[in-house]
Design a protein around this ligand. Structure first.
Ligand code: HEC
Ligand code: HEC
Ligand code: HEC
Ligand code: HEC
Ligand code: HEC
Ligand code: HEC
Ligand code: HEC
Ligand code: HEC
Ligand code: HEC
Ligand code: HEC
Length: 337
């Protein structure tokens, strides 16, 4: 009885082993066959013997090798990258003209050819929050090519120090990266900047919500040398880039305007038109004493004596001081004309 059991067990093991061996041979055959079929992309020979000191060797045939497994049926869309700027092989600077997939994903010979250890293939750099590569490692893959003036301040910028990834905003296995589409840009920012989404939903806003403006008209998400990732050196310079008439020079300037538009205005959105932080008279009375100009509804005699109260009603202080940004009228010293 025991002997029979042993025999069954032995032949079972024997059978499993031969399935395994046959499987290995068969798989090798498929790969060899695939190697012949998938020569759609030109063979990339320049990568053959380059070695990366951390990650080992590059493959000999670049994309052709990868596409054997990462083909149309792969769960993640691979092919669109060939139709993006990165796929332009006539441009010598692009990944496809260089190490191809491995320009971004790093050397992949081990990943592509070595047998699996357990359930995992050898490591290759992948991108995104779930990837094993650190934010620095991921971003460096991009920075090796993207380090022009526009990206000069990336290192040390708020986004870099907060471990934001290039691929938090950019999607590369697409024909057209959505974040470069002006109508979709803000949505990419709002995935993290919820407060700003609320600000841009207020009733007086810079028209981002209507697709007429984008965040990157004022900000450089790749870093800048000024506060708040602004494209220009000061907040006022940013405002002047579109509202040039507010720069002056004025015959009669109003001191806070040249100092900082942000004294009176919100930058994204506000409940008080036009983009005001407060409404007059309170806006003005932060600095100007109400003496002689009582912006109040009630005074000692009950309802404020002057009816209608021009200091309070309609545009309040602006009823008379309409040139709040400065005046060029010879007698505009009180900013009234
Ligand atoms: C022999 C088949 C095969 C080849 C060739 C191959 N891969 Fe993979 N690759 C896989 C499989 C299977 C996975 C799924 C993850 C796993 O099993 O570890 C994977 C996963 C990946 C991942 C995701 C890794 C992760 O950590 O999630 C990337 C990126 C990748 N491959 C890129 C490449 C590139 C680039 C090449 C060419 C240099 C390549 N692959 C060649 C089979 C292959
Ligand atoms: C081998 C060099 C190389 C690598 C690596 C590389 N790029 Fe590029 N990238 C380019 C070139 C070249 C262009 C085209 C630039 C141009 O047209 O002026 C480009 C264009 C872009 C564009 C603009 C695309 C468009 O449609 O206008 C974005 C966004 C971009 N790259 C992001 C990235 C990110 C993110 C990474 C890292 C995952 C990366 N790149 C890795 C070379 C590279
Ligand atoms: C916070 C979001 C965000 C991050 C993070 C980000 N980008 Fe961008 N990137 C953008 C937006 C938005 C644009 C479009 C800019 C425009 O329309 O002026 C852009 C444009 C680009 C372009 C094309 C125009 C140019 O500046 O040359 C490249 C290349 C690029 N990014 C590369 C990168 C690289 C590399 C990284 C990582 C080091 C990165 N980006 C990180 C949002 C981001
Ligand atoms: C310009 C850089 C770049 C090039 C070139 C590139 N990739 Fe990618 N790849 C990425 C980025 C970034 C992601 C993360 C998702 C995204 O942005 O679409 C990614 C995602 C992937 C994934 C999914 C990994 C996962 O996490 O599941 C695979 C597989 C992959 N790439 C394989 C390839 C293959 C194969 C090629 C060559 C045909 C290639 N990539 C070329 C940058 C690149
Ligand atoms: C992956 C998350 C993420 C995305 C996506 C993102 N940001 Fe940020 N951003 C941050 C973090 C984290 C900070 C720092 C903390 C804060 O101010 O909320 C920050 C800060 C900022 C700041 C303030 C910088 C400072 O120094 O005060 C600006 C401006 C900014 N982001 C603009 C953008 C723009 C524009 C986009 C879209 C193109 C964008 N961000 C997309 C994560 C993100
Ligand atoms: C009209 C110009 C303008 C536009 C458009 C704009 N911002 Fe700003 N943003 C500013 C200014 C000005 C600041 C204040 C910078 C400073 O002085 O620190 C700022 C500050 C920020 C900050 C830092 C925190 C805060 O609110 O002060 C974040 C985050 C931010 N902006 C994100 C965005 C995002 C996301 C978009 C697009 C949806 C956007 N901004 C569009 C001008 C703008
Ligand atoms: C990229 C161009 C641009 C920049 C930079 C810019 N603005 Fe504007 N601003 C606009 C546009 C466009 C409108 C909308 C005009 C309209 O609705 O007719 C606007 C409207 C306004 C309004 C009136 C809002 C209303 O409800 O009528 C104020 C106030 C304003 N901006 C202040 C500022 C301040 C302060 C800054 C600097 C932080 C600034 N802007 C930077 C383009 C810009
Ligand atoms: C002392 C407060 C104050 C400062 C500082 C200030 N503004 Fe204004 N701004 C106002 C008020 C009040 C209004 C509304 C005027 C009205 O309703 O007649 C206004 C209106 C505007 C408008 C919309 C109407 C118009 O005149 O075009 C724009 C644009 C504007 N300001 C831009 C700016 C810019 C840019 C700066 C900085 C250079 C700035 N403001 C600084 C108080 C201020
Ligand atoms: C951040 C402080 C501040 C705010 C807010 C402010 N102002 Fe002024 N304003 C000043 C300063 C400073 C002067 C210059 C005073 C001087 O030269 O003696 C001035 C001057 C004036 C003058 C001319 C005074 C003179 O004697 O020539 C008028 C009128 C005026 N402001 C009206 C307003 C109105 C109306 C508002 C509200 C829309 C306002 N101010 C908001 C700081 C402010
Ligand atoms: C009915 C018109 C009117 C209204 C409304 C008005 N002012 Fe005046 N304001 C004047 C006149 C006229 C002067 C010049 C007085 C003078 O030369 O003696 C003046 C002068 C000023 C001065 C210069 C200081 C001075 O005494 O010369 C300031 C500051 C000022 N107003 C702020 C305000 C503020 C803040 C409000 C809103 C609470 C406001 N004004 C509302 C008419 C008005």
């Amino acid at each position: 009885m025991a002997a029979r059991k042993k025999k069954i067990l032995q032949s079972g093991v024997c059978f499993l082993f031969s399935v395994f061996v046959f499987g290995m041979i068969f798989q090798e055959g498929v790969i060899q066959a695939a190697e012949k079929i998938t020569a759609v992309t030109p063979a990339n020979t320049m990568s053959a013997d380059q070695v990366d000191k951390n990650m080992g060797r590059y493959t000999r045939k670049g994309a052709d090798t990868c596409l054997k497994c990462h083909d149309e049926d792969y769960k993640y869309p691979i092919y669109p990258v060939f139709f993006s700027k990165h796929g332009d092989r006539n441009d010598k600077r692009t990944p496809m003209a260089q190490l191809q997939c491995e320009s971004c994903h790093g050397p992949g010979r081990a990943h592509a050819t070595e047998p699996r250890v357990g359930f995992k293939r050898a490591r290759i750099i992948s991108f995104g929050r779930a990837a094993s590569a650190s934010s620095v490692e991921q971003n460096n893959q991009c920075i090796q090519c993207h380090n022009n003036n526009n990206h000069l301040a990336w290192v040390g910028s708020t986004h870099e120090t907060q471990n934001v990834l290039c691929v938090d905003c950019h999607t590369l296995h697409k024909r057209k990266d959505p974040v470069l589409d002006k109508t979709r840009q803000a949505a990419a920012c709002y995935t993290c900047h919820k407060k700003q989404r609320a600000e841009f939903a207020r009733n007086s806003v810079h028209p981002v919500r209507y697709g007429k403006m984008v965040c990157t008209q004022c900000h450089n998400p790749h870093g800048s040398l000024s506060d708040g990732l602004l494209k220009t050196s000061t907040r006022n310079e940013t405002c002047y880039s579109c509202h040039a008439e507010k720069r002056g020079p004025f015959l009669w300037a109003h001191a806070p305007v040249a100092e900082d538009c942000g004294v009176c205005h919100e930058h994204h959105g506000s409940m008080h038109t036009p983009l005001l932080k407060k409404r007059a008279p309170l806006l003005c009375q932060q600095c100007h004493a109400p003496v002689g100009h009582p912006g109040v509804a009630y005074d000692e005699s009950g309802l404020a004596s002057q009816t209608p109260n021009t200091f309070l009603l309609a545009k309040s202080c602006l009823n008379c001081h309409s040139q709040v940004h400065g005046s060029n009228h010879p007698s505009g010293v009180k900013l009234m004309r």
